[in-house]
Design a protein around this ligand. Structure first.
Ligand code: FES
Length: 121
């Protein structure tokens, strides 16, 4: 059995059109206001919003802040983000992504941002 955070590497190959992700970036200690940064990320089998963030952090931009020590199974709730134009509240590990998807990811509560997608609990 594999875990979403440690998938079987033989099932983790790039298999479809890349995902375009617009992600909220803000460091209150140095930034005047938030910005949205766009990443084009290779699609991997069984990719979720949460594993997309891990892919970006590990292979594209290690400055991206999000809570990376999570259950990955929809239990703990610490991966809660707002996604899409409407800002729907979701558990990132429970939202699968399709090849070629365009996703907008913002923190669960923009008034409580510590940095990027990390908010006060
Ligand atoms: S990582 Fe625990 S609910 Fe998503």
């Amino acid at each position: 059995m594999t875990h979403i955070l440690h998938p079987d590497p033989t099932k983790f190959e790039e298999i479809g059109k890349p995902i375009t992700a617009e992600i909220f970036r803000f460091n209150p200690a140095v930034d005047e206001k938030p910005t949205m940064r766009t990443y084009v990320v290779p699609y991997r089998r069984r990719m979720s919003v949460f594993t997309l963030l891990r892919e970006i952090y590990e292979n594209m931009d290690p400055t991206l802040a999000f809570r990376n020590q999570q259950c990955g199974r929809g239990i703990c709730g610490t991966c809660r983000f707002r996604i899409g134009v409407q800002g729907q509240s979701v558990k990132g590990c429970a939202v699968p992504l399709e090849p070629g998807a365009h996703v907008i990811i913002k923190p669960h509560d923009e008034k409580k941002v510590i940095r990027d997608l990390v908010v006060e609990l």
